[in-house]
Structures are given as structure tokens and as C-alpha cells.
Design a protein around this ligand. Structure first.
Ligand SMILES: [Mg+2]
Length: 190
């Protein structure tokens, strides 16, 4: 079985100006590519993006644009010798889609569970890094450890999570700090 780091996309890997459709507008946070490279090349984690992309059902962006933004991310990662193994995204939104179509939408664990099936992932040893309350809830629903990064919405959603007593395994200032925690935790030296 493999072990995965599930990754939210917008606000976690890249700056989040809201509904990115233009691949040339993708800006990865500086610390993301080298940290991903360590996770993949040194620790052999599967790197799986799980992303809500309700802008598709809202008619703001197209599915093709989401796919081209995803492939732009892997293009930007190429010089660092790391690639996202697969991008999962949920195009749906409750106001615009049927309840069945919304089953993938975080905080549902469906995208994580689908990936676990496809890649034979041991969820009990896996992690999810995200910047939103729904990411942490998704991790809890899927039974993976959760790390909230304070980039993106992270700083705002932190107090909401603690109010609801949904406490992530770790709260990180940035992606690098999230990965440092993850590696120490994985190695059992925390
Ligand atoms: Mg996000």
C-alpha cells in the first residue's frame, strides 16, 4: 500500500485570487515546489490534489480551464523534479447541481476515498494539507491526519475550526512548515 499527502489546491499550493481559469495566472507559493519534491522523492508519498471547483457549475470557469490550470501546476513543478500524481476536482455546487453531483464536494471525503481506491492508499497513515475549514473536515471524514496552512483562507478559518472543536493535527504558518511537521510526524519523532 502507498501513503499519500492529499493537497488542497487554491490557497494551499498556489495563490487564490478566486476561480483561476487562466493557466498563465497560476502562481505557486515559493516554498511549495521544493517541499513537494522532498515528499515525493525522499519519502515516496503519492501527491494527490483534491479541489472544489464550483466555479465550473457556477459558469464562471470551464472544466477545460481547470484542467489546463492543473497541468500548468505540473509544468511549473517540472524543474523541481516533482509531479502531482493526480488532480481530483469537484465541479459541483449545491445551488447549481444535483445532490448526487455534489457528493464529491469537500467536506465530503469522496475524492480522497476515490483516490485511495485507485492508488491503494493507506488512509490511516496519510495526510491532508489545506487552507479551509472544509479541507480539515474532509480530512476528518476520510480518516487522514490534517494540517491547516495559514495561507489562503487558513488564518480566517482557524478560529471557526477551534470554535467547533474541529482541531487539525497541526496549524502551519506556510506550506514548508506543514511539510516539516508532516515529516517529523511520519518519522515518529514528535
Ligand atoms: Mg483552498
Amino acid at each position: 500500500m502507498s501513503i499519500a499527502v492529499f493537497l488542497d489546491r487554491d490557497g494551499t499550493l498556489n495563490e487564490d485570487p478566486g476561480y483561476i481559469g487562466d493557466p498563465s495566472k497560476v502562481v505557486l507559493f515559493d516554498d511549495v515546489p521544493p517541499a513537494l519534491a522532498i515528499l515525493q522523492n525522499k519519502f515516496h508519498f503519492k501527491l494527490i490534489v483534491v479541489s472544489n471547483q464550483a466555479g465550473i457549475s457556477r459558469g464562471i470557469i470551464t472544466e477545460e480551464e481547470v484542467i489546463s490550470v492543473n497541468s500548468r501546476i505540473n509544468d511549473l513543478l517540472l524543474p523541481y523534479h516533482v509531479q502531482i500524481d493526480k488532480f481530483f476536482y469537484c465541479p459541483s455546487h449545491p445551488e447549481f447541481s444535483s445532490p448526487e453531483d455534489c457528493l464529491c464536494r469537500k467536506p465530503s471525503p469522496k475524492m480522497v476515498l476515490d483516490a485511495a481506491w485507485e492508488f491503494s492508499i493507506d488512509l490511516s497513515k496519510s495526510y491532508l494539507i489545506g487552507d479551509s475549514k472544509t479541507d480539515i473536515e474532509c480530512a476528518m471524514n476520510a480518516g487522514v491526519k490534517s494540517i491547516l496552512v495559514k495561507t489562503g483562507y487558513g488564518n480566517d478559518h482557524l478560529s471557526l475550526l477551534f470554535q467547533e472543536k474541529k482541531i487539525p493535527n497541526f496549524v502551519a504558518e506556510n506550506f514548508r512548515e506543514a511539510v516539516d511537521f508532516l515529516i517529523h510526524d511520519f518519522n515518529g519523532d514528535i
